[in-house]
Write a protein that binds this ligand. Structure first.
Ligand code: ATP
Length: 218
């Protein structure tokens, strides 16, 4: 049976309810059989996070452990060099075969820079892209680079039902409950107050305290 697999890459520095709620709503709306959380070991587009990939992955594991749809994928932690999404997609295809559909999830803040990604033109040969609007991020247009406007134009599917026609190759925008939570904001809050409750799971907060993470301003 064909599986629909959501792929959520990120630094997860730390994972928070914005990630978790978004993944759950997409799983429900698109009938995903699984969402893979893939922490980036060496994000190519930002300075290396101070908190190690091992800690960030451990926090993801804690956050998702009670959800049977969610799964931690540590494949980017095993590779050396920059963590390129295209390499992850290729190895996922090798692992899971051509018969399953991949849904690469990304916030609008990420999509507007997609044309700077390594081999970005090939991404849609491996997956669909599901765009979600992040609160307070400006709308995609008008500042979208021309080549991304063209990509959207060529691959956009308004109706989520159409995505099942293929296992890769479409872009779809999905509405979710806006939660204005960011890891940056959480890191700033943790630097001054370790009791930053209700933005991330308590299990993750306990881990942060236990390992004394984010004590210094990011
Ligand atoms: P930072 O503040 O450090 O940049 P972040 O909170 O944006 O971190 P990432 O790990 O970089 O988190 O995000 C991974 C993915 O999750 C990205 O596609 C991002 O757009 C999306 N995302 C992050 N926070 C939210 C949120 N509150 N609502 C919806 N999507 C989110």
């Amino acid at each position: 049976m064909k599986k629909l697999i959501g792929i959520l890459g990120g630094t997860f520095n730390p994972i928070h309810y914005g990630h978790l709620r978004m993944a759950q709503e997409l799983a429900d709306a698109l009938n995903l059989n699984e969402v893979r959380f893939i922490p980036s070991a060496n994000p190519p587009h930002r300075t290396k996070p101070e908190v190690s990939a091992q800690h960030r992955a451990a926090m993801v594991q804690l956050a998702i452990r009670d959800n049977h749809l969610f799964r931690l994928d540590k494949s980017e932690l095993k590779r050396t060099g920059a963590s390129y999404t295209i390499d992850t997609l290729i190895s996922l295809r090798e692992e899971l075969g051509e018969d399953n559909a991949f849904y690469l999830i990304m916030g609008s803040d990420v999509f507007v820079k997609l044309n700077t990604w390594h081999r970005w033109q090939e991404l849609l040969d491996y997956c669909h892209i599901i765009l979600i609007q992040r609160p307070n991020a400006s709308p995609l247009q008008p500042k979208l680079p021309e080549e991304l406007t063209a990509l959207l134009h060529d691959h956009y599917k308004e109706n989520a039902d159409d995505l099942v026609l293929k296992n890769f190759g479409y872009i779809h925008m999905q509405k979710i409950t806006p939660l204005d939570i960011s890891a940056t904001k959480i890191r700033e809050m943790l630097a001054t107050s370790p009791e930053t409750k209700y933005l991330l799971p308590d299990s993750v907060l306990s881990y942060i305290k236990q390992h004394q993470l984010y004590l210094h301003k990011a």
